[in-house]
Structure formats: structure tokens, C-alpha cells
Design a protein around this ligand. Structure first.
Ligand SMILES: [Zn+2]
Length: 393
């Protein structure tokens, strides 16, 4: 495990509440995590002692898209990417992406979005209202790109590090006016037909008030169920549901390469002649920026970027896989004030405990990567993915 040093270098700046958001806008659901109230002594300067190796992949020349891997860094704005790049000594696997665009994240009723609305726009190709899941602004259910992929006979997967019942993954399979009804959202998985499902949040699957055992229901439908990441490697066939924590998974440095392992195994099991759609989320970059823990957030970004490296290596060899890396919004108003690429140090400032409203990056690699160049609304990501799926032979 990588050693990290957290250095308290400056007094916390107080009274910078200009961008502070209302309590309603804070991501309250996270407070049920056992990490919500801990007392990590994180400061404003952070150093990474050992950078990780990044891969180099050649651009793909073909035009045919067989598979689509959509990777969402929750809370991963340009500031988070920039800090990660400095802390890893000027290298990220994301540097390999062939095309770059920017996505505007506002919702109809709020300038600054949440993951429900932000994820819905990416998943379903519509702008919507704050906290909505798979619905447009009028409350109509909207079909996600995952559903379009299923219609084409593609296999599908969702791999996250948060609760699998949380906004970003359920934006692809459910429709709700509010993200908070997690027991109901969890139950949507039973008939979703998704071939790979992995994350945390098993608490909402068992010991439910309605008496249902969703794990048993999934197993009865033919799913292989695992609850220990050690069992990922041994999987030989889908469909799979892997739930590795009661709520969110442990922080990146504690849980190990679960997301990388899930991504690699999911690709192996989903790969078939009709292609697949896989959504992978680095879910917790956001969580730690809410709590102003730059080190923990950067370790989540590194975990996500290492997963990107694995995905890109596979996509390079496959040659018919479009990989998109983006974010639903930025978090924390993170500002990179100074630091050193050589010393892998950043000095940062957070300006809000909530999300912030700047444009976020969209990186793309593989056939049709150029479709994602430009500055556009977040809903365009979903629309462009949908168009690629609909044109698939
Ligand atoms: Zn958040």
C-alpha cells in the first residue's frame, strides 16, 4: 500500500462562506457513512510519496463502435483532475484520451446540480430538476442509454464504489422524483436485467421493512452473488451481483483495487459478439471533497485513474470500444493554489461544502471519440451515446 503523508501546513481559512450552499444542497445521504463524522487530520497541503505507473496507449484508427465504457468520476472537476496530475508527478492515465470536451452541469431548477440530476442527464440525455432519477423536468420517465444498449442485445454492467442504490448507478435503471427512497431504488435491480452489478449498499437489500431479501431474489433469477472482493477473480460467468459493503465501500487506500478488479472482470464476462455497455463510477472523489479531505479524494481519483488505465489497455487491443471519462459535477470548490510536480505536492483551498457549478471535462478514446469534442450541455453526453448505440449494426 502506498504511503502518504498528510501535512498540516496552514491555518484553515475561515469566513470564506461566499460560495457556501444551503444545507439542502449538501449531499446528506453520505452522512450515513461511518466515515462521515471521523476526524481525519487533513491539512491544506498534501504530498504523494510514491507515484503509480501510468500506461500509454496508441489512438484507435477504426470507426466501428462495438462496446461503450462510460466512466464517471463523481465530483471530478478540472480542479480534481489537475491536482491528481500534479500529485502523480505529471502523469495520469486520462492523458491518453484522444478527444476532450466540456460539459455544462446546471439543472432546470438550480444552477448547481446533484448526482441525481447530473447523472440523469448523462444517462438519459435530458436536462432535469435537482435530485431526479431517470426522469425529465416534467416528471416523465426517460429511457437510459443502458436500456437502449439492452434493446440492441448488448450486455450491460454497472460498477461503483458507493452504494449501488445511490444516484449515479440508479440513474441508469430507475425512475424517481427523488433520490432519497433508497429501499425502492434498490428493489429496481431485481428486474433490471443488468449483467454485472457491483458496489456497496447491501444494507438496502436485506433486512428490509417490506420483508424482501433482494439478494435471494437475484440469486433465484440466476445471478451469482458475491460479498467478498476476493471472489471476483474466480468468477467465470454472469450475471453477477457483488455487494461488498453495508453502505459505501472503505476509502481507496483501505479497500484495495476492488474497482479495477470489478472493471476487469466485468469486461471479461460482458465481452460478446453483440457488444456491451458498462458504466464504471469512481464514486467517492465527491465524498471527500464534501469533507475537504484532499488526500482521501485524490486517492479515490487515483483508484479511478488506475481503473481507466486497465480499461484503456483493453480498449486499445479491442479496437472497437469507445471509452468516455467524465463527471457529473465538481465538488468542494477545490482550488489548486500552488504546489510542485517534482515533489508531488499541492496546496489547495476548498470554498464550499457542497458541489460547485463550473463546467467539467469529457474525455473520449476509441472510435467516435471525436463526437465528444466541444462545449455542450451534460445531456448531450447521453444523447451522443444514444445516437451511437442506435446506429450500431
Ligand atoms: Zn456530492
Amino acid at each position: 500500500m502506498k504511503k502518504i503523508f498528510l501535512l498540516l501546513s496552514a491555518l484553515m481559512l475561515l469566513g470564506t462562506g461566499l460560495m457556501a450552499q444551503t444545507a439542502e444542497e449538501l449531499d446528506k445521504s453520505r452522512d450515513r457513512s461511518k466515515y462521515a463524522n471521523d476526524s481525519f487530520k487533513d491539512g491544506e497541503t498534501y504530498t504523494v510519496t510514491t507515484p503509480y505507473e501510468t500506461v500509454t496507449v496508441a489512438p484507435v484508427k477504426g470507426k466501428k463502435v462495438k462496446n461503450i465504457i462510460l466512466m464517471i468520476g463523481d465530483g471530478m472537476g478540472v480542479e480534481q483532475v489537475s491536482c491528481g496530475w500534479v500529485l502523480n508527478g505529471g502523469h495520469l492515465n486520462m492523458d491518453n484520451m484522444q478527444a476532450c470536451g466540456y460539459s455544462r452541469t446546471w439543472t432546470y431548477d438550480k444552477l448547481v446540480t446533484d448526482s441525481g440530476a447530473g447523472g440523469t442527464s448523462i444517462a438519459c440525455g435530458v436536462k432535469t430538476k435537482y435530485a431526479r432519477i431517470g426522469q425529465d423536468a416534467e416528471g416523465n420517465p426517460v429511457k437510459s442509454v443502458l436500456r437502449y444498449a439492452q434493446d440492441k442485445g448488448m450486455k450491460t454492467g454497472l460498477a461503483v464504489t458507493c452504494r449501488i442504490n445511490d444516484c449515479t448507478p440508479v440513474d441508469f435503471i430507475a425512475h424517481a422524483v427523488n433520490r432519497k427512497d433508497e429501499p425502492a431504488l434498490a428493489a429496481e435491480y431485481v428486474n433490471c436485467g443488468v449483467d454485472w452489478i457491483s458496489g456497496g449498499g447491501i444494507e438496502f437489500w436485506r433486512n428490509r421493512e417490506d420483508g424482501r431479501d433482494l439478494v435471494k431474489e437475484m440469486v433465484d433469477k440466476g445471478y451469482t452473488f458475491i460479498d467478498d472482493p476476493k471472489d471476483i477473480q474466480g468468477l467465470t460467468k454472469g450475471p453477477v451481483v457483488g455487494l461488498f459493503a453495508p453502505l459505501e465501500m472503505e476509502p481507496a487506500l483501505d479497500r484495495g483495487p476492488v474497482l479495477e478488479d470489478c472493471a476487469t472482470k466485468a469486461i471479461e464476462l460482458l465481452d460478446n459478439k453483440k457488444g456491451f455497455f458498462l458504466m464504471i463510477e469512481g464514486s467517492s472523489i465527491d465524498d471527500w471533497c464534501h469533507r475537504h479531505k484532499v488526500g482521501y479524494s485524490m486517492e479515490e481519483l487515483f483508484d479511478f485513474d488506475r481503473t481507466i488505465g486497465k480499461v484503456l489497455k483493453w480498449a486499445e487491443q479491442d479496437g472497437e470500444t469507445l471509452v468516455i471519462v467524465t463527471a457529473d459535477h465538481a465538488t468542494g470548490g477545490l482550488t489548486l493554489i500552488k504546489g510542485s510536480i517534482d515533489e508531488r505536492t499541492v496546496n489547495v483551498h476548498f470554498s464550499t461544502k457542497g458541489h460547485n457549478g463550473i463546467i467539467v471535462p469529457v474525455f473520449a478514446y476509441g472510435p467516435h471519440a471525436e463526437d465528444f469534442i466541444g462545449v455542450y450541455e451534460n445531456a448531450e453526453i447521453g444523447r451522443r451515446i444514444r445516437n451511437i448505440i442506435l446506429k450500431k449494426k
